[in-house]
Design a protein around this ligand. Structure first.
Ligand SMILES: [Zn+2]
Length: 101
């Protein structure tokens, strides 16, 4: 296990999305989950750290409340967009459009 470069925002968004997805009224397939995550991540600041796996977990749990509020807001907005424009059927048909942001 070496040192690695991680975007903390990405880890936090994935974790929060998994916690919130039952309340979001959106599709829970892998395509929609990752579309929601990428949409939210494109609207949030990146927080890169050089870290090891063990350190990463402690850094994620050390989160300030304002950032968490911003993350939940971005995920909620993303779920709304993806719910209206899901791509899972297009993916199944091998015809993947880019989400128009
Ligand atoms: Zn879906």
């Amino acid at each position: 296990m070496g040192i690695m470069l991680r975007n903390l925002t990405e880890d936090i968004v994935i974790r929060r999305l998994d916690q919130l997805i039952d309340q979001l009224d959106c599709c829970k397939c892998d395509y929609c989950r990752l579309d929601i995550a990428s949409y939210a991540l494109n609207r949030l600041p990146t927080k890169y750290v050089a870290t090891t796996t063990g350190e990463l977990l402690s850094k994620i749990s050390y989160l300030d409340t304002d950032f968490d509020v911003a993350i939940v807001a971005a995920i909620t907005a993303a779920a709304e967009v993806i719910r209206k424009h899901p791509r899972h059927e297009a993916v199944a048909m091998d015809k993947l459009p880019i989400v128009n942001e």
